[in-house]
Design a protein around this ligand. Structure first.
Ligand SMILES: COc1ccc(C(=O)Nc2ccccc2)cc1NC(=O)CCSCc1cnc2[nH]ccc2c1
Length: 277
């Protein structure tokens, strides 16, 4: 399946289609296996009608152009794309250990070693993207998958919004991960991903997003106010090193957020990250 990946002329007949892996707004993702090589993939099936109706064909074309050239151990590969009369199929990397979000729900929260290791993997993927002028903009547990060794993989969900049953009720588009510049509708750059990384560190360690407000606590308006006022507190259970890293990421001005290379060198990261063997 290797060299052939970019070979033209794949069709659904080259694949055995297995169970559904998840549901995106523009279509379903299925487990698939290429018949000759027996190589297992994830097949995202989207209806052309739906893409046209939502006017996203160009966005998809651009994304395919970018993603088929990305190669990084912590970014879900897009091996190729093919289509038939009614559908477009994305041939994506299969992440055997599933969604980080489910693991977080199961465990409640992660420890310093697990979190520092995920942060190291995510920061290296973001450095790779930023070097190519790609901003992810949507870093959150729902968009992160786990490879065979439990390693983190950014699964760029593109424009696909996921159905609520397999995701936190993000149908209302939870504000939890929005940076101040997004809340205030100001221009944003790649430092937006550094803000989201800060939110993620907090959520992985505590099981809660730092600015989250339930409807009783004032809901989305209150969440937005706390984001722009950087109003959060770290629980006493959180180590000083982690709190220090979060403090350097959740900074109002994007240019003052800790650069990703310095995240990798932060004492708490260096002291806690583990190698995956
Ligand atoms: C590189 O990835 C992607 C690239 C592009 C798009 C996309 O839809 N683009 C788009 C669509 C329409 C308009 C414009 C742009 C989506 C993804 N990624 C996913 O859909 C996430 C699941 S990756 C599959 C996968 C693997 N392994 C798993 N293990 C458990 C579940 C699971 C799920």
């Amino acid at each position: 399946f290797g060299g052939g990946m970019m070979r033209q002329g794949w069709s659904i007949d080259n694949f055995e289609v297995g169970r559904a892996l998840g549901k995106g707004k523009f279509g379903q993702v299925y487990l698939g296996r290429e018949k000759k090589s027996r190589f297992v993939v994830a097949l995202k099936v989207m209806f052309k009608e739906e893409l046209k109706k939502n006017g996203v064909e160009h966005q998809l074309r651009r994304e395919i152009e970018i993603q088929t050239h990305l190669r990084h151990p912590h970014i879900v590969r897009m091996y190729g794309v093919f289509h038939d009369a009614t559908k477009v199929y994305l041939i994506l990397e299969y992440a055997p250990r599933g969604e980080l979000y489910r693991l977080l729900e199961q465990k409640g929260h992660f420890n310093d070693a697990e979190t520092a290791t995920y942060v190291t993997e995510l920061a290296s993927a973001l450095i790779y993207c930023h070097e190519r002028k790609i901003i992810h903009r949507d870093i959150k547990p729902e968009n992160l998958l786990l490879g065979i060794y439990g390693e983190l993989k950014i699964a760029d969900f593109g424009w696909s919004v996921h159905s609520p049953n397999s995701r936190r009720a993000t149908m209302c588009g939870t504000l939890d991960y929005l940076a101040p510049e997004m809340v205030e509708n100001k221009p944003h750059d790649e430092t937006i991903d550094i803000w989201c990384l800060g939110i993620l560190v907090f959520e992985l360690l505590t099981g809660k997003a730092p600015f989250h407000c339930t409807d009783a606590e004032g809901g989305q308006m209150e969440t937005a106010r706390r984001i722009t006022h950087i109003s959060y507190t770290c629980p006493p259970s959180m180590s000083e090193g982690a709190a220090d890293l979060i403090r350097q990421l959740l900074v109002y001005l994007g240019s003052h957020r800790l650069p990703l290379k310095q995240v990798l060198a932060h004492p708490w990261i260096v002291a806690n990250k583990q190698d995956r063997s």
